[in-house]
Design a protein around this ligand. Structure first.
Ligand code: AHG
Ligand code: MN
Ligand code: MN
Ligand code: MN
Length: 336
């Protein structure tokens, strides 16, 4: 049967989101246009990543970003592409990028109601060896058309109206939530369209995998150390867990969503706030986790309740399967 070998009902991401938003006729056109511009940026970065070795896109750009990291050529290129795509959508008013020290206030003639926070290229250290990397984004919406200020983006993650990531891996996969579940779309390169391939992603309630940079173990706090010890030497007779750590948050979180388990970037003595940035790494991934039935915890509170005070704030993060994060919460509670 031909239909067994070919997908014939092509649910594109645009059609999907238009259907989903049909309850909000006043905003659906604007959201769809914004999303189309994000999707265009993802396709461009995907094609750049695929030919990085051929197009001399490997290696350093020569600048240090606000995070104190050496920028890769692909960090800079992806950042430019997303900024131009978002501004030209005419639907944004303020943008925050990992690669720019200051927020970008969109010029009045191109303004719309959405604020987009993003990590244009996540997993930079994996570019040059061909391992999966990604783009992460979160979207807020302002209520009226006041002059945009930082206060519009220094909002808790639970206020986001949508969040997602695109993974440039063995295939190019875009995972999106508009607050009602999580759906995954795979780029069909011959069509240039993202097609719904992973409808209603639910993270397994409990997982068999943990994911953390164990090289930092000597600086961990008690609960993190105890949790990882329990993964390796379970006290209740259950089998020990497997360790998987790619070092690209997008790829590690994608695997966690599909297979279950935990992903952690905890605090340590050298970096008491961890490494990952609240607005464009911790919040979007926490938003997706909760929408898929998992949890996201900072070691102190629900991650989506955090109120960032600066656009590049960092936070420790533990996210993943519901039961596994309960176990981590209990260890922190026991420490008092
Ligand atoms: P980015 O490449 O956007 O700067 O993010 C890197 C982050 C994230 O992708 C990953 O989870 C983490 O850095 C890995 O850090 P370590 O190398 O310290 O494990
Ligand atoms: Mn970086
Ligand atoms: Mn990142
Ligand atoms: Mn990045």
């Amino acid at each position: 049967h031909a239909a067994d070998a070919h997908r014939t009902d092509l649910m594109t991401i645009t059609r999907f989101v238009l259907n989903e938003q049909s309850k909000y006729p006043e905003s659906r056109g604007d959201f769809t246009i914004l999303l189309n511009h994000i999707v265009l940026g993802c396709k461009f970065v995907c094609s750049s990543v695929n030919k990085a070795g051929l197009a001399k896109l490997i290696g350093l750009a020569g600048e240090i970003n606000i995070q104190g990291e050496e920028q890769k050529k692909l960090d800079v290129l992806s950042n430019e592409v997303f900024i131009k795509a978002l501004v030209s959508s005419g639907r944004t008013c303020i943008l925050v990028s990992e690669e720019d020290e200051d927020a970008i206030i969109v010029e009045p003639s191109k303004r719309g109601r959405y604020c987009v926070v993003f990590d244009p290229l996540d997993g930079s250290s994996n570019i040059d060896c061909g391992v999966s990397i990604g783009t992460i984004f979160g979207i807020y919406m302002v209520k009226d058309d006041h002059e945009p200020t930082l206060a519009d983006v220094l909002q808790p993650g639970k206020q986001m109206v949508a969040a997602g990531y695109c993974m440039y891996g063995s295939s190019c996969t875009l995972v999106l939530s508009t607050g009602k579940g999580v759906n995954g779309f795979t780029l069909d390169p011959s069509l240039g369209e993202f097609i719904l391939t992973h409808p209603d992603i639910r993270i397994p309630k409990k997982g068999k995998i943990y994911s953390v940079n164990e090289g930092n173990a000597k600086n961990w706090d008690g609960p993190t150390a105890k949790y990882v010890e329990n993964c390796k030497f379970p006290k209740d007779g259950s089998p020990s867990k497997s360790l998987r750590y790619i070092g690209s948050m997008v790829a590690d979180v994608h695997r966690t969503l599909l297979y279950g388990g935990t992903f952690m970037y905890p605090a340590d003595k050298k970096s008491p706030s961890g490494k990952l940035r609240v607005l464009y790494e911790v919040f979007p991934m926490s938003f997706l986790m909760e929408n898929a039935g998992g949890q996201a915890f900072t070691g102190k509170q629900r991650a989506l309740d955090l109120v960032p005070t600066k656009i590049h704030d960092r936070s420790p993060i533990f996210l993943g399967s519901y039961d596994d994060i309960e176990e981590i919460k209990a260890l922190y509670a026991a420490e008092g």
